[in-house]
Design a protein around this ligand. Structure first.
Ligand code: CA
Length: 231
């Protein structure tokens, strides 16, 4: 049975593009032009995933997302215009699983959808050993390798890597990293995240300035690139 994706988007050219890309890959798309119709479809048609535009004719997508999260855990991927970093962070804080910046391609769209669907089904807990490219992380033993070489990380560096691995393929906000690695009220700030990220890249990336594992999402946070993202 093909998975149903609910697309809440008022731009008809994006709706056409998304529907065509998804149907090529065996997904069915249900299109809603307004947030109100989208919420109705979510209840009546029970889609597996929601793609949600932020600028809708009847209001801000963030408000729609908050309504969805009052009762549903369905994966939600936000579609936002380039440069609206504040909106992306607000969306992730409000419970979105990920976001796509316009314009996006079919491959990126499909990769994001697959990651979110898979994570929703497995909850991440079934995979103690994570692999991407030459990087291997054993979350149960706290071991990190690049190829056959074991990499030694400080406790904070490991915590940062671990949160990105557990969310692999999805963006993790700097605030979330700060909380996971340092704990609440630690006094550490966004600059600390940047410094440790730099250290971490020097240890695991072949070319830290052109990272293949730890991608920067400008103004938002970081994303661990999975093998699927590289296809
Ligand atoms: Ca719009």
């Amino acid at each position: 049975m093909s998975e149903l994706v609910l697309l809440i988007e008022d731009d008809s050219s994006i709706r056409r593009f998304v529907s065509a890309s998804l149907s090529d890959q065996g997904f069915k798309t249900l299109e809603a032009v307004t947030g109100k119709t989208g919420l109705e479809y979510l209840v009546s048609r029970k889609p597996s995933l929601v793609l949600l535009d932020l600028g809708l004719p009847d209001g801000n997508g963030i408000e729609i997302l908050k309504r969805i999260r009052e009762w549903s855990r369905v994966p939600v991927i936000i579609i936002s215009a380039r440069g609206q970093e504040g909106d992306k962070v607000a969306g992730l804080d409000a419970g979105a699983d990920d976001y796509l910046s316009k314009p996006f391609g079919a491959a990126e769209l499909l990769a994001r959808i697959r990651v979110s669907l898979r994570r929703f089904k497995t909850d991440g807990s079934d995979f103690p050993v994570f692999k991407t490219g030459d990087l291997k992380v054993d979350l149960s033993k706290h071991h990190v390798w690049i190829g056959k070489k074991e990499i030694h990380l400080s406790p904070i560096q490991y915590k940062i890597l671990a949160v990105l691995v557990r969310q692999a393929g999805r963006v993790v906000t700097r605030e979330r990293i700060l909380e996971e690695a340092w704990g609440q009220d630690s006094g550490a700030g966004i600059d600390s995240v940047r410094i440790y990220m730099h250290q971490l890249r020097k240890k695991i990336e072949k070319t830290p300035l052109r990272p293949q594992y730890l991608k920067t999402e400008l103004g938002v946070g970081y994303r661990m690139i999975t093998d699927e993202d590289r296809i």
